[in-house]
Design a protein around this ligand. Structure first.
Ligand code: SF4
Length: 259
């Protein structure tokens, strides 16, 4: 006797449930992806590391405190302009205590060639006071503490953590924000999104210098109005819609003064 073939039985309510679909209103926005593979990102940063083995920021400072002040002053101003103004300022006030003693009027006079100088002078005095009263005159090494200082946002805090204390952070400025989105390395709608994305895609061993490499690449090659793709060392790898060249420029180490 042949066994009867089992009939498929459909039981109401026991069918495999299809995944509930989220409505558009409740669906979480997908995180934007990098346009590059891990190997491509590694190669991009390897080339940056050969081109600029020891990148340095352009702002002049003599200690963590003067760095905080210089970075806070650099918002909507050029580093060259800030350096001109801070040369005389830091000669007389390179600690929070000396800055307080100098007073807001004198600080304002020193920095009057810099945009938004009135407000910035107020902040320099206020942050100096907070450093003296709440932090024993020392610049804190912690981002949450740094952003409590008047005039210090996340970007300034990241620059200070990186340059003064050697922590691997990415302070997303206008150049980094543009490059990350333009070439699809770490797309994001806000600087914080780009920062989170960059920290995830950049290999750890390049993270410390990545901030300067990207700024310098943006300032001198991948410029805002017209990227100079003909001088670009990653032209063959780049996936920007604006790219005008596919042959990479020769990979040579630039002398520090070119920065
Ligand atoms: S190829 Fe052009 S668009 Fe791409 S990174 Fe280089 S300069 Fe920027």
């Amino acid at each position: 006797m042949t066994e009867p073939k089992p009939k498929s039985v459909k039981l109401a309510g026991l069918q495999p449930a299809s995944k509930p679909r989220m409505s558009k209103a409740t669906a979480k926005p997908r995180k934007p992806k990098s346009a590059y593979s891990t190997e491509e990102v590694e190669e991009i940063f390897r080339r940056f590391s050969v081109q600029r083995p020891e990148p340095k920021g352009e702002l002049n400072y003599v200690n963590p405190f003067t760095l905080v002040v210089a970075v806070a002053l650099s918002a909507q101003a050029t580093d060259v302009g800030v350096n001109k103004a801070t040369k005389a300022l830091f000669a007389v006030a390179d600690t929070p205590e000396k800055m307080l003693a100098l007073g807001e009027d004198a600080v304002r006079e020193h920095i009057r060639t810099i945009g938004l100088y009135r407000n910035k002078a107020k902040n320099v005095i206020a942050l100096s006071r907070m450093l003296v009263e709440d932090f024993g005159g020392e610049v804190p090494r912690d981002r949450d503490e740094l952003v409590k200082l008047p005039g210090v946002g996340r970007k300034t805090a990241n620059v200070v953590l990186s340059m003064a204390f050697g922590q691997a952070t990415i302070a997303v400025d206008t150049h980094i924000f543009r490059i990350a989105n333009r070439i699809g390395l770490a797309p994001g709608k806000t600087p914080d999104q780009v920062e989170d994305h960059l920290v995830r895609v950049i290999p750890n061993h390049y993270l410390y210098h990545a901030h300067h490499w990207l700024i310098l690449h943006g300032r001198y090659t991948c410029k805002a109005r017209r990227p100079e793709c003909e001088h670009c060392i990653i032209a063959d790898l780049c996936k920007a819609a604006e790219k005008t060249n596919t042959i990479p420029a020769p990979l040579v180490a630039l002398p520090p003064q070119v920065f």
